[in-house]
Design a protein around this ligand. Structure first.
Ligand SMILES: [Cu+2]
Length: 602
């Protein structure tokens, strides 16, 4: 080895020490995480069960990185289930192998096996999340992804004093895999959850007052503080009347200081329910959804569908002291059973006595369609010079997909039939090897690329009553092929087969713009005239209104196989899913990268 002057060596060592001590001063970096998938006994709602977790945590660990960083996550499967993890909303440019949906982009990680997810964060900043993408494991296997702007780049809004992650979820007292297995055997709908959770805790639930860190202090009614509301208006509040006599300190507590502004990174990790999020006495300013900045707007209620993320600013302007209820309740404007238990947490001003009263709020009614519609209509892309909305204006492919339920024969099921779901009347059948591998290695017999671009038969999709002849679906593993960089308009049309229902549709590998939405059937002549092609909201999961439609646009600039499905897990299980196969382009950086050597085998 060549000799180096001692002073050069000292300089090199200093430089290395600097890099180790201040790694963030490097433009972009590699972030390493280790996810051990392990069972963990967990108590909620006065009962204990083993749950599948990452590193023993529920919700799981948060991934923090900056735009342009590369993230390496070593997932080690220590449980009896096959596992795969999806990095929800991450674009995965050319790195589909790291996207995660089992049998779509990879074979699952088998018990005892390891897989290293490796991807780079490009052109995104904000909140996303990760979750298991196999079976119903995501019920407890999920966590936040925080993508900070590049070093030195500010948020396009005043810097909050502090930030907090707020993960909303659902809790079943029974084993979640048993719940869905039972339903699949019977052909009927699975049981709804027993409670919702905020950062893992349901808060005050009348059926279980002794646990979940609820601390009950009997007090007299006289000391109860309620703002602008009479006591009687709380009688039908949805909580037990017992509420009046108990003050709780339990569930998740968000400590705030009067006068300061906070940013909440809200994630809906629930399996099957869209949720309303509300804080007593406080307005929220929405500034970002699905890791895309929005035009700020004020609201007292946030609507968030499974799969979606929403960043809001909260100014603690009700001080100097006090405790305020945070309420999370379901939105369901269809005659379908939901878990109607409100989850609660506390906004706690510093200097407030723990035993003090909590100021309450009314969650919106379960079927509050106007509240939901108002929220959806208020969302706009920021569309600034730095963060432009690149809405495709010229469209290469115009598609119409019906989404909804169906009924197929099933000789072993309770009624001799099973409830299914589908897109354009196709109930998707999962392959036994991954679609991305079949595509990359040109393996025939795994999928066909004849997914219909339009409904195979036209009918009144949103008629009040559907003839039984519209109930049965076709089954198949069909994909829709897109050429590289083509622009797509896709109208997602809900159907009233069995029942109209709000479907949060998630597209992997892309963000899209929602250029229009409406009720009833999409009208291809009239409706496009009203499209917003200037600043429509850009996101990865869109709530298609019950009995209505939503029109989205995206550019197919990411080669690979990309799953699209309803993010209500029950509908995905029933078959409301399909995939796009996007061919390679011609340029050197327009092709899917080869698979990593540790890609799991089926
Ligand atoms: Cu759905």
């Amino acid at each position: 080895m060549e000799m180096v002057a001692p002073w050069v060596r000292v300089l090199m060592m200093l430089a290395m020490a600097f890099l180790i001590l201040f790694p963030a001063s490097v433009d972009c970096m590699v972030r390493h995480y280790k996810f051990n998938v392990v069972m963990k006994n967990t108590s909620r709602l006065c009962s204990t069960k083993p749950i599948v977790t990452v590193n023993g945590k529920f919700p799981g660990p948060t991934i923090v990185a900056r735009e342009d960083d590369t993230v390496l996550i070593k997932v080690v499967n220590h449980v009896k289930y096959n596992v795969s993890i999806h990095w929800h909303g991450i674009r995965q440019l050319r790195t589909g192998w790291a996207d995660g949906p089992a049998y779509i982009t990879q074979c699952p990680i088998q018990p005892g096996q390891i897989y290293m997810y490796n991807f780079t964060l490009t052109g995104q900043r904000g909140t996303l999340w990760w979750h298991a993408h196999i079976l119903w494991l995501r019920a407890t296997v999920h966590g936040a992804i925080v993508i900070l702007p590049k070093r030195g780049v500010p948020y396009p809004f005043p810097k909050p004093h502090k930030e907090a992650i707020v993960v909303l979820s659902e809790w079943w007292k029974s084993d979640v895999e048993a719940v869905i297995n039972e339903a699949m055997k019977s052909g009927l709908a699975p049981n709804v959850s027993d409670a919702h959770t905020i950062n893992g805790y349901p808060g005050l639930v009348s059926s279980c007052l002794s646990q979940d860190s609820i601390y009950v202090v009997p007090v007299t009614l006289f000391s109860l503080v309620v703002t602008n509301r009479t006591i009687s208006s709380y009688i039908d509040y949805g909580f037990s009347i017992m509420f009046f006599f108990f003050f709780f300190l339990g569930g998740f507590t968000l400590p705030v200081e009067a006068g300061k502004t906070y940013m909440l990174r809200i994630i809906n990790a629930a399996l099957n329910e869209e949720l309303f999020f509300k804080i007593a006495g406080h307005q929220l300013t929405v500034v970002e959804v699905d890791a895309v900045y929005t035009k700020p707007f004020k609201t007292d209620t946030v609507l968030i569908a499974p799969g979606q993320t929403t960043n809001v600013l909260l100014t603690a302007n009700r001080g100097p002291a006090g405790k305020y209820l945070v309420a999370v309740s379901p939105f369901m404007d269809a005659p379908i059973a939901v878990d109607n238990v409100t989850a609660t947490a506390t906004l706690h001003y510093s200097g407030t006595l723990d035993h003090g009263p909590t100021i309450l709020t009314n969650p919106p009614p379960q079927n509050a369609t106007p509240v939901a519609a108002n929220f959806a209509d208020s969302l706009r892309s920021l569309n600034s010079k730095l963060y432009p909305a690149k809405v495709p204006l010229k469209i290469d492919r115009s598609l119409l997909f019906t989404i909804g339920l169906g009924v197929n024969p099933c000789s072993t099921c309770v009624n001799g039939s099973r409830v299914v779901a589908g897109i354009n009347n196709v109930t998707f059948v999962m392959p036994t090897v991954s679609l991305l591998q079949a595509h990359f290695f040109n393996t025939s017999g795994v999928f066909t690329d004849d997914f219909p671009g339009n409904p195979p038969t036209q009918y009144n999709y949103t008629a009040a009553l559907q003839p039984v002849t519209n109930f049965q679906t076709e089954t198949g593993t069909k994909l829709y092929r897109l050429s590289y960089n083509s622009t797509v308009q896709l109208v997602l049309q809900d159907t009233t087969v069995i029942a109209a229902e709000n479907h949060p549709v998630h597209l992997h590998g892309f963000n899209f713009f929602e250029v229009g939405r409406g009720l009833g059937n999409f009208n291809p002549k009239k409706d496009p005239k009203k499209f917003n092609l200037v600043d429509p909201v850009e996101r990865n999961t869109i709530s298609v209104p019950s009995g209505g439609w939503s029109a989205i646009r995206f550019r197919a600039d990411n080669p690979g196989v990309w799953f699209m499905h309803c993010h209500l897990e029950v509908h995905t299980t029933w078959g409301l899913k399909m995939a796009f196969v996007v061919d390679n382009g011609k340029g050197p950086s327009e092709s899917l990268l080869p698979p990593p050597t540790d890609l799991p085998i089926c």
